[in-house]
Design a protein around this ligand. Structure first.
Ligand code: G6P
Length: 614
């Protein structure tokens, strides 16, 4: 959420910053800005533009704004609309101090009132601007950069990652981190600061992930790191694997389509990863024999697509492990009282490992003295570093804002985890682990086979017809209900359609009043005979009211198939993996509707891939 890139060195900061921002546009794309200290004059220069980064590139074209110390920002609006005045950087009144920021200054209202009373005037609606004026106010009465930064940070509440440029200290970038991610790329004679190491990956892979509540004084020659209390901190940079840092479309029209088609490989790599988890590696996850034997309840905490993956996985742990499972939306879990969890394990699920709602929930559980375990896709993420134990999903870098392969990798790894825990509890023999891996490999084949079977039909026939509808009802039951929710989320995210999603059994308790020919009903079947028969009843209720039915069914489910206006038929897999077998074509359906509608698929309006504000 909001991308920050800073550079200090001998070269042109503008070139480094603008190229870095391109890789961070997934974090926000409603406006952008650049500021630098001009080397010859020592003056702070800047440019800002509304819209995507391209608008800023056009604005900078032909301008000489550049210097060897610079910073840039792409914005995802929190306080104030996407206007040029609200775009970052923000400045002190005399434009000698500039700030870019990601996060929310929770006490900005109080600070703003105080600064206004002191004579400061504000030109934007953002919370960020208070930081620039605070620097100015502190610098009127204090000297020494370390003292100034400390005096500012001690007044700020909330979550923030900021980079500050100061004309008075023209050789420095000041990087400040509290609860929002910020990292520093270390190199010889030049340093980089960014919200994500992808921004500087082609220049260095030695990364200092700034600890929480720390600030860094970043100079050409090196970096000094301090706690908010002013204590110097030692650090050891992490060497980040290159494959994490960059991704290309490889000939696909969109990252989303490429990522949809990577899922067979992701499933296979998940199996390969599980095979390498030796007893020692397993122990590091924290699911020791004692923990597992004592385990009565699993709490999954997640947001968005990750929460849907957890809702599917809940059936795995209940059916395979006989463990009660609760799935909590992280933004709501934050408001729950934490007590009586002696036999519980908390599992935090996140693609990015940075989602603020999930991360703050993890910290709350940790502070309550309870064990934390996370499933994340990004090895160098904050959640991976802060959890007591973690497992890595095998999706590799996902660029499209709408999550696809991460979801599949999460569900697949959780399927294996359910068997691994069952083995640890003595509920299944060792062979069951090999069988579960085989189930996932069969699924991988089915996954791609159905996509290949239906892709052209969806793109050229089905999607142009369904793109004409504005409202939809999605139905699932038991394990297909969370999949229906995920499908609804995808259609909202990228096609901007209004979708209401229900448990099929609830249809008759109200939503059936909405059924009519102009509101297609999508129904996702299951491989459980009893539940399947009930779904036939729901489909009949829709048909009886002239509803248009799109059915995702399994081979042999002829009674259900006969009721469909359009149908996708999927080969059998293990019943618990049924939702995953439907996932690929479900994603293709939503992708092609959005494509027919001409939307910005990889960067949908109002969204950001990594939501680092609560
Ligand atoms: C944002 C994204 C969603 C994503 C959610 C959770 O809202 O737009 O697509 O599912 O964050 O992200 P996480 O990285 O924690 O899985």
């Amino acid at each position: 959420m909001c991308g920050i890139v800073g550079y200090v060195g001998r070269g042109s900061s503008r070139a480094f910053v603008m190229s870095g921002l391109e890789h961070l546009e997934y974090r926000g794309y409603d406006s952008a800005g650049f500021a630098c200290i001009e080397s010859a004059s020592g003056k702070l220069l800047f440019a800002k533009a509304v819209g995507s980064l391209h608008s800023l590139v056009r604005k900078l074209d032909g301008s000489s704004i550049d210097g060897s110390v610079g910073v840039g920002h792409t914005r995802w609006a929190t306080h104030g609309a996407a206007t040029e005045l609200n775009a970052h950087p923000h400045f002190s009144a005399d434009k000698t101090i500039s700030v870019v920021h990601n996060g929310i200054i929770e006490n900005y209202g109080v600070l703003k009132q105080r600064l206004i009373q002191q004579g400061y005037s504000f030109s934007s609606e953002t919370d960020t601007e208070v930081i620039a004026h605070l620097f100015d106010e502190v610098m009127q009465r204090m000297s020494g950069l370390e003292q100034v930064v400390q005096a500012v940070v001690e007044q700020l509440q909330g979550a923030f990652a900021c980079v500050v440029l100061l004309e008075r200290y023209p050789d420095y970038l000041v990087a400040i981190r509290r609860r929002s991610p910020l990292c520093i790329g270390l190199s010889s004679g030049q340093q980089f600061v960014a919200s994500d190491a992808a921004a500087f990956a082609e220049h260095t892979r030695d990364v200092l992930f700034m600890p929480d509540s720390s600030y860094a004084l970043v100079e050409r020659a090196g970096v000094r790191l301090f706690s908010f209390a002013g204590l110097p901190l030692d650090y050891v940079p992490m060497r980040v694997d290159a494959q994490w840092l960059r991704s290309t479309k490889e000939g696909f029209e969109h990252f989303m389509l490429k990522e949809i088609y990577e899922q067979k490989r992701v499933l296979q790599e998940t199996v390969a990863f599980c095979s390498t988890l030796s007893q020692d590696a397993w122990k590091q996850t924290g699911f020791s024999a004692e923990v597992v034997h004592d385990l009565r309840e699993l709490f999954f905490v997640a947001c968005g697509t990750s929460a849907h993956a957890a809702q599917i996985a809940a059936f795995f742990f209940e059916q395979i492990d006989q463990i009660r499972v609760s799935v909590e939306l992280a933004s709501e879990f934050r408001h729950r009282a934490l007590f009586g969890f002696d036999h519980s394990v908390f599992v935090f699920l996140s693609q990015s490992g940075e989602t603020a709602d999930t991360l703050e929930s993890l910290r709350a559980v940790h502070e309550a003295g309870l064990r934390t375990f996370s499933l994340v896709n990004v090895p160098q993420s904050t959640m991976a570093r802060e959890s007591d134990g973690h497992l890595l999903t095998q999706a590799k870098r996902e660029v499209s804002v709408a999550s696809t392969k991460s979801f599949t990798s999460q569900v697949a790894l959780l399927y294996w985890l359910a068997f691994r825990i069952a083995y640890e509890k003595g509920l299944v023999p060792q062979d069951a682990l090999a069988e579960c891996q085989q189930d996932l490999l069969v699924l991988a084949e089915v996954f791609e086979e159905v996509m290949e079977r239906y892709d052209s039909f969806i793109a050229h026939d089905w999607a142009p017809r369904y793109a004409a509808y504005e409202k939809f009802i999605f139905l699932g039951r038991q394990i297909s209900y969370p999949l229906a929710r995920e499908a609804a989320l995808k259609l909202k995210e990228i096609a901007y359609c209004f979708v209401d999603c229900y448990q099929a059994g609830e249809l008759k308790h109200g939503p059936i009043a909405l059924v009519e020919p102009r509101v297609p009903v999508f129904l996702f079947s299951v491989l459980d005979e009893g539940v399947y028969r009930k779904l036939i009843g729901s489909a009949q209720e829709v048909k009886a009211r002239e509803g248009r039915l799109v059915i995702f069914a399994f081979e042999g489910q002829d009674e259900l198939i006969a009721l469909a206006d359009d149908v996708f038929i999927i080969p059998h897999v293990k019943p618990l993996l049924g939702p995953l077998a439907m996932t690929g074509i479900m994603q293709l359906c939503t992708y092609h509707i959005a494509r027919v509608l001409g939307h910005s698929i990889d960067k949908p309006r109002n969204l950001a891939k990594s939501v680092t504000v609560e």
